[in-house]
Design a protein around this ligand. Structure first.
Ligand code: AMP
Length: 325
């Protein structure tokens, strides 16, 4: 089944002269890494085809892995559209993906919607970049992977695996990452860029450490209003990045950050260890992975409801899992 899907995708790539790659809104390292990485592989392998990765380049800290393309609507006619790293069609960036002639989804999130003509989802990989590398390995004889693909693919793997620390990291994933490192990537430069934070973020991080709350069964959370973001001079993207600040609190197996958006909705980033939380995200306009999901709520009341559901889940979990920490 998997090999069959890969073959079908490869045949479609051979068939089309124009290939347009789309991604999800609010792109992260794996999202941009996989779209730009795939584009660079296809450009190097098929110099006569027109290949684009569509986006607005609004994620500045990732510009070093490559920039996205702005293209005209007319290019979609007769194009193959590959949507990468995106579980549901409402999160696809740029509605024009609908103008393509044939669509392919390549992803690693829990599949809740088959929105494309071919849907290739590998939840056994911890990053879509690993899915792309595995695809490349399968058709290695017919494809070229240049250094301009190795860098974004490696960065995507590093970021979506929490720097190679999540359970989905297998020997195979490490071998694929090793294949990329063989391109003499500057690992010190990459990590320096990924860890760099402004003074303002450090100050806000101090606020998060001071002010986070924990429910009786161990859900830790913080709410960052627009006013707070203004006071600390950070934007909502930067504020949302602080979710990992709460990631290792003893006996707190679920943690989340609530960030008020410019349109007043509240972005939720949910994280956990040992216990799944994607079902909670699904109830609040979201989804994602078992232990890393995103959602949106529209009031403080809804926020409290979400926290209460998570707390109840932990209460039940702790009844039968005594040794958790
Ligand atoms: P985030 O906290 O936004 O980084 O999200 C964690 C993971 O869940 C990422 O892999 C996202 O792609 C995914 N995710 C976030 N929001 C949603 C959503 N509304 N629907 C489905 N997946 C989501």
């Amino acid at each position: 089944m998997i090999e069959d899907l890969k073959k079908q995708i490869f045949e479609k790539i051979l068939e089309y002269d124009t290939i347009i790659i789309h991604r999800h809104i609010r792109p992260d390292g794996d999202c941009l890494g996989s779209t730009i990485g795939l584009r660079e592989i296809l450009r190097a392998s098929f110099p006569n085809k027109k290949i684009y990765s569509v986006g607005n380049n609004d994620t500045e800290y990732l510009h070093f892995i490559g920039l996205e393309d702005q293209i005209d609507d007319s290019l979609y006619k007769d194009a193959l559209v590959i949507i990468v790293d995106t579980a549901t069609d409402n999160r696809i960036f740029d509605e024009r993906y609908k103008l393509g002639k044939f669509t392919i989804k390549i992803d690693h999130h829990i599949p809740i919607q088959d929105y494309a003509n071919i849907n290739y989802v590998r939840t056994d990989f911890p990053a879509t970049c690993a899915v792309i590398c595995d695809f490349y390995k399968t058709f290695e004889e017919h494809l070229t992977l240049p250094k301009s693909a190795a860098l974004p693919l490696f960065v995507g793997m590093v970021t979506d695996t929490g720097r190679f620390k999540y359970r989905g990291v297998s020997g195979n994933v490490m071998r694929l990452a090793g294949m990329l490192l063989d391109y003499e990537l500057d690992i010190e430069d990459i990590y320096a860029r990924l860890y760099m934070k402004t003074k303002e973020i450090y100050k806000l991080q101090g606020y998060v450490y001071n002010k986070f709350k924990t429910t009786s069964h161990g859900v830790s959370y913080i709410y960052l209003s627009r006013n707070k973001q203004k006071k600390f001079k950070v934007d909502h993207h930067e504020a949302a990045n602080l979710v990992n600040s709460l990631d290792s609190i003893k006996d707190s197996l679920i943690w989340m950050i609530f960030v008020e958006q410019p349109d007043k909705s509240i972005r939720v980033r949910l994280r956990s260890r040992f216990i799944a939380i994607d079902d909670i995200a699904n109830q609040f306009n979201g989804g994602g992975h078992a232990q890393a999901s995103g959602a949106t709520v529209y009031s403080k009341r809804e926020m409290k409801k979400l926290i209460a559901i998570a707390d109840e889940k932990l209460r039940i979990f702790k009844l039968t899992n005594k040794d958790v920490f």
